[in-house]
Design a protein around this ligand. Structure first.
Ligand code: SF4
Length: 329
């Protein structure tokens, strides 16, 4: 299989991003078919294992303790509850379970031991296990890897230049360090961002550029459309249009050809036709389940109906990793 281009510069990415839309989708689809199985979409479930009360100040996030939002704050879930949620997700067709905790960083305490136990349990069920727990050290990443963690999610959110407009309690290098720690521990990386936060096209390109420089590039790249939540600084933000979303997904597909591009938050606001265009543009992963951490998401049944209409099938667990290994051999 032909090697994927990895030496992108920002000008070239911007040129791709500004290609006439239908031509861009066509080019993205060509790349998509080279590196992925057409009509196959990975279905992940996301559960919030610890909700709210976060000390960080991410401007889009209702879980930051400093904003007055209408979420149910919840301490860390019990292992048994997580196992039940995983069983339900698996029965609904999910091959991956992502567990999110609203922490600034992982601490070496009993809660972390509990998370390790959750990872062991879900891994034992034959599902890909992903965690998003904030910053973590290489040592902690190793413990998670030993417990059977498959992926660590740590989003760049936006460009390095725009990052300070969205978050002030940590910086871009903190993000890159954690990604590096996960990588060194042998865990696959899930990292992407959010569009519609007032950033420019150059910021979107800047984020894709940084992701393209990671070596290897992230196995999974979630592209979220901001869902403004009352009480957060971005509550009145003008959101991204479906056309911007399609453009972003197609550009991500071309610049990060081997990554699973995940159509993430914002799906509830999209029509089925809009989502179909995103799949054409190279999205091949979605989050299923009626909530994405704290924001509403389409119901499982609606998604399965969409899969039927579009002729899509859910991807089996661990397939992507096997595909990458074949390509890299
Ligand atoms: S996005 Fe994560 S780190 Fe930021 S405030 Fe929300 S829970 Fe905390």
């Amino acid at each position: 299989m032909e090697e994927a281009r990895t030496n992108w510069n920002k000008e070239d990415i911007l040129e791709v991003y500004n290609t006439p839309l239908l031509e861009l989708v066509y080019k993205a689809q060509q790349i998509h078919r080279k590196y992925h199985t057409p009509n196959e979409v990975q279905v992940s479930s996301l559960i919030s294992i610890k909700t709210g009360g976060c000390p960080e100040d991410c401007a889009y996030c209702p879980q930051a303790a400093r904003y007055h939002t209408d979420i149910d704050v919840h301490k860390l879930m019990e292992v048994k509850e997580v196992k039940e949620a995983a069983e339900k997700a698996k029965a609904g067709g999910s091959s991956r379970l992502c567990m999110g905790a609203a922490w600034r960083e992982v601490r070496d305490n009993r809660d972390f031991d509990k998370v390790l136990e959750m990872v062991r349990e879900v891994n034992g069920m034959g599902m890909e296990v992903c965690c998003t727990l904030g910053m973590l050290t290489e040592e902690q990443a190793k413990k998670l890897a030993d417990a059977g963690l498959y992926a660590y999610n740590h989003n760049l959110d936006t460009s390095e230049e725009y990052y300070g407009e969205i978050i002030s309690t940590r910086n871009y290098d903190d993000r890159l360090n954690t990604i590096n720690h996960a990588r060194k521990a042998g865990v696959t990386v899930c990292s992407g961002g959010i569009i519609g936060m007032g950033e420019s096209a150059e910021d979107r390109i800047g984020m894709l550029y940084t992701l393209s420089l990671l070596n290897p590039q992230p196995e999974s790249v979630p592209i979220n459309a901001l869902v403004p939540v009352e009480g957060t600084p971005l509550e009145d933000q003008q959101t991204a249009s479906i056309w911007e979303m399609v453009r972003m997904i197609a550009t991500a597909r071309i610049v990060l050809p081997k990554s699973m591009v995940r159509l993430s938050a914002g799906r509830l606001q999209m029509s089925m036709e809009g989502q179909a265009l995103c799949f054409m543009a190279g999205a091949n992963s979605i989050f299923a389940g009626d909530r994405l951490l704290t924001t509403p998401n389409p119901e499982f049944n609606e998604d399965m109906e969409m899969f039927k209409i579009l002729g899509l099938t859910p991807q089996e667990a661990f397939k992507h990793k096997k595909q990458i290994e074949v390509v890299e051999e």
